[in-house]
Design a protein around this ligand. Structure first.
Ligand code: 5AD
Ligand code: SF4
Length: 433
């Protein structure tokens, strides 16, 4: 009987892809099979996120529970960003953990598996050219990494300490991977990096000059690729050339993630984001002007140290002006190894909660208005997933989630759908062609 592994993935799309890479290594090189049942697993993996404090706290209670429920002799491995930043402390606090594998050391999964109490968390390790085995959780959409690590030094962010310096993956490898995925049915290619539009600034070895805009062009030249998405771009690097390619290239999906973080230029400076409120507004409104149907999503942190009422009003002002289709909003969370945790004027939690509530309430009002505009409209939907109750889900070009009644035969197809019931973040509809 083959050995089984159970894997839980937290955090961002990079982590999802890292998990896919580990699954490929385990199934193809170690003879493991996946299981959804923790009790029957011989290996239990948790791929962690450390971007905010809460999930880190939860990690120890969760692995404690794994330890109680696991079958005798099963191994537990802690992987990902929290593994990078806590390293061997994890084994000190939870001695039953068998190995710790950092976010930038995914390719060493087969090694740590056979090394008792291994801790591999080197953030200088360069796996930008490692040839992982093939595994994708969806046959219709392929995540493709284009860089690892992050060179920005945002003062709130732990990621540079968990994923290390930014290194771009050679363009030919990216094209090869995208082509292979698209030819096997993944018509949507999702390019991944911490800061995708910084692509090409540094490679692990000699490489011809290329930037993100050129990479997008090259991916779009692959015949079988129908849709291209990417995350996350940085507002600072949204030059005209990039925005124009985004607008002009029909294969690039018209949904842009623009992480604002704060609308106050003063706070943006303290965050070391490298742009101002005016620059952000200029870029976002230019996008709206160039592409009437574009959807813009964002990340916002409220109550960064020193954020005054006036600073927060600047954030609210940007929200009014840009009318984001989706906002991921968070209370500032002090993180180890980051400068902002030592800043004076940390904002009391009660004020942070009040601001977050106000922001989300106002955004919900806007979403209700957008929802009304979508009712009865026709969208092209690429169907990717079966849902309970005889439903099939897909996304519009501008990333709105739509469900229709149907079955497998819709999967992998792009069809016109008329919206019959619009919600804030999803809609229901009927296929009309
Ligand atoms: N506190 C709160 N939110 C944070 N993020 C990153 N670091 C922190 C922090 N210390 C948010 C940012 C980022 C998203 C992935 O998580 O908004 O864009
Ligand atoms: Fe992803 Fe950042 Fe969380 Fe790491 S810390 S998993 S890079 S969101």
């Amino acid at each position: 009987m083959s050995k089984k592994f159970y894997i839980e993935t937290l955090g961002c799309a990079m982590n999802v892809r890292d998990s896919e890479h580990m699954i490929a290594e385990l199934t193809q090189k170690e003879g493991y099979e996946p299981t959804e049942n923790l009790e029957e697993a011989d290996l239990i993996l948790i791929n962690t996120c450390s971007v905010r404090e809460k999930p880190v706290h939860k990690l120890f209670s969760e692995i404690g529970l794994f330890n109680k429920r696991k079958k005798e002799g099963a191994k537990i491995g802690v992987c990902g960003c929290t593994a990078s930043h806590l390293g061997e402390e994890i084994i000190k606090r939870a001695p039953f953990v068998d190995f710790v594998l950092g976010a930038r050391n995914v390719s060493k999964i087969t090694k740590v598996l056979h090394t008792p109490k291994a801790v591999e968390v080197d953030i200088d390790y360069d796996e930008s050219q490692y040839a992982f085995g093939e595994f994708r959780s969806s046959p219709f959409k392929a995540y493709v990494n284009i860089s690892i690590g992050c060179d920005k030094q945002c003062t709130f962010c732990i990621v540079p300490h968990t994923r290390g310096e930014e290194v771009s993956i050679p363009a030919d490898l990216i094209i090869q991977e995208a082509r292979k995925a698209a030819q096997s049915g993944a018509k949507e290619i999702f390019l991944l990096g911490q800061n995708v539009n910084n692509y090409g600034r540094r490679f692990g070895s000699d490489h011809p000059k290329i930037n993100f805009t050129e990479l997008l062009r090259r991916v779009s030249e692959i015949e079988e690729v129908e849709r291209i998405r990417f995350t996350s771009p940085h507002p600072l690097h949204m030059d005209d050339e990039f925005l124009e390619e985004f607008a002009r290239n029909p294969k690039i999906c018209k949904s842009m993630h623009m992480p604002l973080q704060s609308g106050s230029s003063r706070i943006l400076k303290a965050m070391k984001r490298g742009y101002t409120k005016e620059w952000f507004l200029d870029r976002a409104l230019k996008l709206r002007e160039m592409i009437p149907d574009v959807s813009i999503s964002t990340d916002i942190i409220v109550a960064f140290p020193g954020e005054s009422d006036e600073d927060f009003e600047d954030t609210m002002d940007v929200i009014e002006k840009v009318r984001f289709e989706q906002i991921f909003s968070f209370k500032y969370s002090p993180r180890p190894l980051t400068p902002a945790k030592d800043y004076e004027n940390q904002v009391p939690d009660a004020i942070a909660s009040e601001r977050l509530t106000r922001l989300q309430a106002r955004h919900n009002e806007m979403l209700d208005e957008m929802k009304a505009e979508r009712q009865g409209k026709i969208y092209q939907v690429y169907f990717e997933e079966l849902r309970p109750g005889g439903m099939v889900a897909g996304r519009t070009d501008n990333n709105w989630l739509v469900q229709v009644k149907g079955s497998e035969e819709l999967l992998g197809r792009t069809l016109d759908v008329k919206i019959t019931e619009a919600g804030r973040l999803y809609g229901y509809g009927e296929v009309i062609a």
